[in-house]
Ligand binder design. Structure first.
Ligand code: SF4
Length: 139
């Protein structure tokens, strides 16, 4: 609990960058909090990013996901941390300290334009979550 001696920090961590996590991050950031959105995978989107339609409404997954992806990415109070998992959690409600372990990407993400040229020449085959975990070679 937040007390005078132990004040509320005012930052929130949302763990999981699927559509629910993204919406939670947006709602929290729009309420005036700094948000750290932590995702263990390489990108946000979760399972919904792999779907064409949703059941039972048959809604277009991308149509629901894309606006939130853009809004989260552009929000000045949301910091996205991908390839990361919680290693330690200390403190109490209102004042936690979280230690994350982040897997390196081996690229400078601020300079990467997502052109895909490195994937075209990469000699390693890896399973793709977007292809039912089958090994995929870049075309
Ligand atoms: S080759 Fe393209 S996708 Fe790969 S790291 Fe460089 S800018 Fe990013």
């Amino acid at each position: 609990m937040a007390t005078e001696a132990n004040p509320k920090i005012g930052a929130v961590m949302v763990v999981g960058g699927g559509i629910a996590g993204m919406q939670a991050a947006l709602d929290t950031a729009n309420a005036g909090y700094k948000v750290y959105l932590v995702e263990q995978d390489i990108s946000l989107g979760g399972v919904m990013a792999q779907l064409d339609k949703t059941f039972p409404t048959n809604d277009c997954s991308t149509c629901m996901l894309s606006p939130r992806l853009i809004e989260v990415a552009m929000h000045p109070d949301i910091e996205i941390i991908t390839l990361a998992q919680i290693e330690a959690l200390e403190g109490e409600p209102g004042n936690f300290t979280v230690t994350l372990r982040q897997t390196p990407r081996y690229i400078d993400i601020d300079k990467c334009s997502a052109c895909g040229a490195c994937a075209d020449v990469c000699p390693v085959e890896l399973p793709s979550i977007f292809d039912e975990w089958r090994p995929v070679r870049p075309s």
